[in-house]
Ligand binder design. Structure first.
Ligand code: ADP
Length: 472
């Protein structure tokens, strides 16, 4: 159980972020310490070397002014003053043999560097060496310098101070680094937790939604950071899903409602004929009515299928160049008798020669649906006009205007939804699919349909479609 929790914890983003943060922090601290270490160690050694060089210079001056005996005496005195365990002096001939020195009892094991002497004889500047002395805790920095062409000074100084400093520095660094590591891990953990609370909220909301409530939303802060953007996008997605789900629900309610009426009618007809029908004519009439109702049902189901396929782009359409004016003229001719029957003046204005790319059958169906509505929802004696006109951005408008019943403002946003019918239209024929299909067709052709309407004054439906070059 504990191991499982530990494994889960190790997989969390917060843990990995903390690890990265602490790791990077520690690495950069290590580099900074190393840099200081090298810098300070170099500085101390430089100072030691400068001190040794100054001594060689002083001794060389004493040799020049006072002679070798004074140099011998000063060397002994200097060693005593500084501490015979800290420094030593040796005076050598050019062949490397010692002719005088300070008290060397502590430094017995230090040899004469023949190599350094050779270099000096060959004219090189003073030679430095750092050596480990057997039995001593600290290293020794040794300098060989020429006092005169015959006399060489070997001068050594214990690097005790240097070693002590380095050790202290190492101890302090280790302690500070461990402390920093803990602090970095804590800060990293705190920051990761803070940054990921928003993600946690999104996860929690998603979990609640998967348990069944679509109403919940992720709280959004005003910071506007990435997490807020994620929360906002997530909420927008939920809005859309909720909208779709309620749309589907509404549609299935409408389908159920629209299927129930014809089925109830068929059933009622059959029942009446069965109980009271005596003549074969009664049965024939029942069969004819049943076929009529079934045809209506089939028409509705087929239209739904066409809308779904068109919207989903499943059907492969054969798009060809179409003369839109020809379609408009044909539609006018086709609907003239229906308009005349209702005493409606159907006007057609299609004088522009314009071409679009599309499927003739579908475009005809779209125009027919719109024209059918315009006539259906117009009062006798009114005018219905169908015209084409060029529009901006290489497009054209197909405008259908009627002066009929019009559409109430609260219905306008819904009339393109499947099965939506305004209350006033329920008494008239139709199932509420004509406009959905018309819009699906317009969109699959790269266009759209807009509507403006005033109740009691009439409506204007404008289909915008992209034009193609007429010469093509
Ligand atoms: P229907 O089969 O009911 O005509 P549509 O999808 O074609 O279905 O239209 C949806 C609803 O939009 C109609 O029921 C009607 O209320 C309204 N409508 C469509 N066209 C017009 C119009 N030209 N004038 C007034 N109302 C219209």
């Amino acid at each position: 159980m504990f191991l499982k929790r530990l494994n889960e914890f190790r997989r969390t983003l917060a843990f990995r972020l903390t690890l990265w943060y602490a790791g990077i922090f520690t690495l950069s601290s290590c580099l900074a310490f190393l840099f200081f270490y090298v810098l300070i160690a170099d500085f101390i050694q430089e100072r030691t070397d400068q001190e040794l060089l100054r001594q060689v210079k002083d001794f060389s001056q004493i040799l020049n002014l006072r002679g070798v005996e004074t140099v011998k005496r000063v060397a002994v005195r200097e060693a005593q003053a500084a501490g015979e365990k800290k420094v030593f002096f040796r005076l050598l001939y050019a062949n490397g043999s010692v002719f005088s020195s300070s008290n060397m009892s502590y430094w017995q094991t230090i040899d004469i560097g023949q190599n350094a002497i050779r270099q000096l004889i060959n004219g090189s500047p003073p030679v430095f060496e750092t050596i480990n002395v057997f039995g001593h805790d600290h290293k020794v920095r040794v300098l060989y310098g020429m006092l005169s062409p015959q006399i060489i000074l070997q001068l050594g100084i214990s690097m005790e101070g240097y070693t002590r400093f380095i050790e202290a520095f190492r101890r302090i660094s280790l302690f500070t680094m461990s402390l920093l590591l803990v602090v970095a891990a804590l800060i990293g953990w705190f920051m990761a937790r803070r940054a990921l609370t928003g993600v946690g909220n999104v996860t929690r909301t998603a979990r609640h939604i998967s348990e069944g409530t679509l109403k919940e939303r992720v709280p959004v802060n005003t910071r506007g950071d990435e997490i807020d953007q994620l929360a906002e996008t997530f909420n927008q997605m939920l809005d859309r899903i909720e909208q779709l789900v309620s749309g589907i629900k509404e549609m299935s309610d409408n389908i159920a409602h629209d299927l129930r009426s014809p089925i109830t009618r068929i059933r009622g007809l059959a029942e009446v004929t069965l109980t009271s029908g005596q003549h074969p004519d009664d049965y024939q009439q029942m069969a004819a009515s049943t076929i009529e109702e079934c045809d209506r049902l089939l028409h509705m189901i087929n239209t739904m299928l066409v809308i779904s396929k068109t919207e989903a782009g499943i059907d492969e359409f054969e798009f060809k160049k179409i003369q839109i004016d020809a379609i408009v003229k044909d539609a006018c001719e086709l609907f003239q008798p229906a308009a005349a029957q209702k005493n409606i003046n159907l006007k057609c204005k299609a004088t522009n020669v314009m071409a679009i790319k599309g499927e003739v059958g579908m475009i005809q169906r779209m125009v027919a649906n719109l024209l059918d509505n315009a006539i259906k929802y117009s009062t006798p004696g009114s005018i219905v006009e169908l015209k084409t006109e060029p529009a901006l951005k290489q497009q054209m408008n197909l405008v259908i205007t009627d002066s009929g019943v019009g559409i109430a403002p609260q219905d306008l946003p819904h009339i393109f939804e499947r099965f939506y019918r305004c209350d006033e239209s329920r008494s008239l024929g139709g199932v509420g699919l004509g406009l959905s299909l018309a819009r699906a067709i317009a969109r699959v052709h790269g266009g759209d349909i807009m509507v403006t309407s005033k109740p009691g004054k009439g409506s204007t439906f404008t289909v915008t479609l992209p034009l193609v070059d007429i010469q093509m």
